[in-house]
Write a protein that binds this ligand. Structure first.
Ligand code: ZN
Ligand code: ZN
Ligand code: FE
Length: 747
């Protein structure tokens, strides 16, 4: 009887893989062992050849729902003395890299259990098993075992220990296992921090506060969140006023799929994702007459909707009985608050009460956000449930620090790229501290020694400064990667492309090596290098950064550049303002030039009369997209591509004519989108490369993406779009790592 050694790599730790292997081997009467090792899971089995064959087959076909096997290798070993199958203790060092498990949404078994009055864990909010529960948010070090998690402070009671040690129990080796006797406990405190209730009574107090229309700060899986009654306009408005967040949409958590389906259009593919182990927020079309307060997502036909992903949320929603707004517990633009004391200090003037507990959250993790397109999940924010799952990617080891907004860190090492969770903006000291601690975490977890640091070309991004400091400290070379090059490279990394590809990188802004603000770029990317083969004709942005908040400034600059007159852009200003801004443009005072398609969207949104000012990034472009969805089939505008430069003059003239004739905003908005799809095709035909990558924040626009993809497809081009790594700056670190690693290989 030969002995078989099997090496399994991928997401196999913290998902119940070892117990599954144990049960399978025992069932097939095979001897041997399974062991967690830094590089993955190693199994040795000994027994009849037919049983070994069965074992290998079922290892793949019956693996736990959250496992993702990326590689499996086997070799035959000499037979040894037979012994019953067992689980060996983890080995903590090796030459290959481990994977860090992502947090898993509550599984159906645990959900049934917490709702069963006869169960030991009836209404216990920290219930979990090998198929579900916290992982990345509680891991202090690898390999993933209880003493190295936030559960180290909770010794198992005899009953939990029996489950933990019983191979036939679904909690066998479930590291965060807990019960009301031995596990974490809830507490409810008023805004001043005074403890008012514990355990079940704390939950009831939180629910009562929500029913009164108050703001509850809830310590969720990855940090504090603010919750309010999503059906109550005053409650939602109260949260907006307190948080200083005027119009940016909030996400809504629904008690169950029926309630979610009553408010949003949801198909089978979306349900699989919503109820799956990652359970992200999905942007779904909102139903007419849904009982959701208008202030939740003003002037937005979509709703960010999701289902409870932890037993605590499940119980809370169950008791409350209706949808709740659920948003990050932070002060504007800062990372989520994770500690109890910090929450009291920083959120006390926003929240009316705190529902907290004593299980530490080790790092902030926002909810992930995505959208379904033709059955494909495309993430806009990659965090809980997805980060830090690895992407298979070969190359020399690089640590990349990403952009400035929607920050992330990528560590490329040992055949995988590990992209951190969404870190938010780096404007605050808290944001920069989170960047530093995330770097430290990834380096420690993966025990990696990167050979190179990478960052953006922008001299003033917080991540650029941090990268320079790190490169000095570790005496490593620093690669500064152009913003749009990194956008394209991120998609190449995700899809395993080597190039040459034509990358259309369209976004709000990125540092251009020529001193202008780039954002409407056609780049040929091949290996570590890129060539700018085309771009939008640069136009002036009076006031620079201020134009981001005032789309009307983009309109004015664009009209002056292309039409030689302020023209229709004047409508959004007073006469004095027009004179002043025209002077600024004429004298190039605080007026950078930009080739940004994001600013072109702003300009057109302002001209069409949708928004002359924005409350949040992308708002004007979103308004234009929502209009355009209703104007499908309205035709297109002309746009000229001449020696690589896209000139929107004809487009503006046609738009001005439409405005004079009083055309419908929806028709104008659609024509603009269609013109950009024509432009994408023109760029592709000029470049003559078969593979075209679409990336950059503008491609978060679903209509634009679909129109471009269709138009390019008709032209015979193969189109690649971002999926699990966002189109926006959230994936810059991945692209930077890819470019810097290639650079190293080519030297
Ligand atoms: Zn479970
Ligand atoms: Zn217990
Ligand atoms: Fe960007």
């Amino acid at each position: 009887m030969p002995r078989l050694r099997i090496q399994v790599q991928g997401v196999v730790q913290g998902v119940g893989f070892r117990p599954f292997v144990y049960r399978l081997a025992r069932e097939l009467r095979l001897g041997g062992w399974v062991q967690n090792r830094p590089e993955g899971i190693r199994i040795e089995v000994q027994g009849p050849a037919s049983a070994q064959e069965d074992f290998l087959h079922r290892l793949l076909s019956e693996a736990p729902r959250a496992a993702a096997i990326t590689a499996i290798r086997s070799e035959v070993l000499p037979e040894v003395e037979a012994a019953p199958f067992e689980i060996l203790t983890s080995e903590s060092r090796g030459d290959r890299l481990p994977s860090i498990p992502a947090d898993l949404a509550i599984c159906p078994d645990c959900e049934r259990e917490i709702l069963d009055p006869k169960a030991r864990r009836f209404r216990y909010p920290f219930t979990n098993c090998t198929a579900c529960g916290p992982r990345y948010s509680i891991i202090a070090a690898l390999p993933y075992d209880r003493p190295r998690t936030a559960m180290a402070a909770f010794p198992l009671c005899p009953e939990c220990r029996r489950e933990f040690e019983n191979p036939r129990d679904r909690r066998f080796h479930a590291q965060p296992v807990a019960c009301p006797r031995c596990g974490p406990r809830l507490g409810f405190s008023g805004p001043g921090g005074e403890l008012e209730a514990e355990a079940g009574e704390a939950l009831a107090a939180g629910v009562a506060l929500l029913q009164r229309g108050g703001i509850l700060a809830l310590k969720g899986l990855g940090g504090f969140q603010f919750l309010v009654d999503a059906g109550s306009q005053p409650a939602v408005q109260w949260l907006r006023d307190r948080k200083g967040r005027a119009e940016k949409p909030f996400a809504v958590m629904f008690p169950d799929r029926a309630a979610l389906g009553a408010a949003c259009e949801v198909d089978a593919a979306a349900l699989v994702v919503l109820e799956g182990p990652a359970a992200p927020i999905l942007l779904l079309p909102r139903r007419e007459g849904a009982a959701i307060a208008p202030a939740v997502a003003p002037e937005n036909p979509d709703l960010g909707a999701f289902l409870p992903s932890t037993p605590l949320h499940r119980l809370l929603l169950d008791s409350f009985g209706g949808p709740l707004v659920c948003t990050s517990g932070n002060r504007s633009e800062e990372p989520m608050v994770i500690g109890n004391a910090e929450a009291l200090a920083r959120l006390g003037d926003i929240a009316d009460g705190f529902l907290h507990h004593d299980r530490p959250v080790l790092r902030p993790l926002d909810d992930s956000v995505g959208r379904m397109e033709g059955g494909v999940l495309r993430l806009l924010r990659r965090a809980r449930g997805f980060a830090p799952l690895p992407l298979a990617l070969e190359g020399p080891s690089v640590l990349a620090l990403g952009g400035h907004t929607k920050g992330s860190v990528t560590l490329l090492a040992g055949g995988q790229a590990v992209v951190s969770q969404h870190l938010g903006d780096l404007d605050s000291p808290q944001g920069l501290a989170l960047l530093d601690s995330t770097v430290a975490d990834l380096l420690a977890f993966l025990e990696a020694n990167p050979q190179r640091i990478a960052c953006d070309l922008h001299p003033d991004y917080g991540s650029t400064h941090a990268a320079a400091a790190l490169a000095r400290r570790l005496t490593l070379p620093l690669s500064r990667v152009q913003h749009h090059h990194a956008h394209v490279a991120a998609v190449m990394a995700e899809h395993g492309l080597d190039g040459p590809v034509l990358g259309l990188a369209w976004d709000g802004s990125g540092w251009g090596p020529d001193g202008t603000v780039w954002g409407g770029e056609a780049l040929v990317v091949d290996g570590s290098g890129f060539r700018r083969v085309g771009h939008l004709r640069p136009f002036p942005l009076p006031g620079g950064e201020r134009a981001v908040r005032e789309p009307r400034r983009s309109a004015l600059g664009l009209c002056l550049a292309c039409l030689g007159t302020v023209g229709p852009a004047a409508d959004a200003f007073t006469l004095d303002e027009v004179a002043l801004l025209s002077q600024m443009v004429a004298r190039s005072l605080n007026t950078p030039l930009t080739s940004s398609i994001g600013r072109l969207f702003d300009a057109v949104a302002s001209l069409v009369g949708l928004r002359s000012r924005s409350d949040f990034e992308g708002q004007a472009a979103m308004a234009l997209e929502f209009q355009a969805r209703r104007g499908r089939g309205a035709g297109t505008y002309p746009i000229l591509l001449r020696s690589g430069q896209a000139d929107p003059t004809l487009l503006l003239e046609a738009l001005a004519e439409d405005l004079r004739r009083g055309a419908a905003p929806s028709a104008m908005a659609f024509r603009f989108h269609a013109a950009l799809a024509d432009l994408a095709l023109a760029f592709a035909q000029a470049a003559g490369l078969e593979q075209v990558v679409l990336s950059g924040g503008c491609f978060q626009n679903q209509l634009l993406s679909e129109l471009c993809e269709a138009r390019l497809g008709q032209g015979g081009f193969q189109v690649f779009r971002p999926a699990l790594y966002p189109a926006n700056d959230g994936a810059l670190s991945l692209g930077q790592a890819w470019v810097a690693s290639r650079l190293f290989m080519e030297r």
